[in-house]
Ligand binder design. Sequence first.
Ligand code: PMP
Length: 283
Amino acid sequence: RIVFLNGSFLPIDEAKVPFMDRGFMFGDGVYEGIGVLNGRLVDNEAHLERLERSLKEIQIPNPYSRAEWTRLEEELVRRNNMTEGFVYFQVTRGVAERDFFFPTDARPTVAMFTQAKSIANAPAAEAGISVITVPDMRWERRDIKSINLLAQVLAKQAAKEAGAQEAWMVQDGYVTEGGSSSAFIVTKAGSIVVRPLSNAILPGITRKSLLQMSREDGIVLEERLFTVNEAYDAAEAFLTSASNFVVPVVRIDGRPVADGKPGPVTKRLRQLYLQMAAGPALA
Ligand code: PMP
């Protein structure tokens, strides 16, 4: 397996990050994850735009232009012969003696790897998954895609121990988002409900594409908060992420959503998203 680290492509066992990297010591960095289908990066421009914003918010200089990032991602996909899965990369503030203040002379550390994975033909994603709800314990700048994922690690582990596959985090009774996904419900009238963008959630790229697709498809959108109780009573529920696209949620805290099977709106959106991601040649 080949990874990219600070300018070089090399076997993963040879890729070493220095002990004093601020990503390791402070979680001082940001990341991106981009889906790959048929060897193509899905929504890459939007991911790079979000990366630029995350870096700016924490004052790390962007080491590459969008064209350079794209070239690196594509080269890594090619070197790993990957056709389906995802590309992960992170940028940390770099290596410096441990001190909270920004170092004046550090260069950002850039690490990138690929993970092969079935996204289009994923049985769980077809059949639907279970989620549990947990308190959202994160900081107040969830719009930054920070590598600090401790709250999500704990939330998703709790989900796993409860026999579920994802955790929906809850603040003041309202669902914020999934541990690593955006959360949606479908009302009995057939409209999609999703939390509006703010500092309380990550601006999901899959969320953004899905909303655009839904608008074009004539589906009614309600960008507003929704409670856990509303989710229990919803006609359908689903989640989106770059590494899973659109996945039905068929149980919430052990209760079936409607009849406990993926609903028609979710199935249609998954299909539409897969077509878009597959690219013009296969659409
Ligand atoms: N929310 C959180 C907290 C996430 O970690 C992710 C996945 N990185 C998402 C939402 C989904 O975002 P995207 O569609 O850009 O993968």
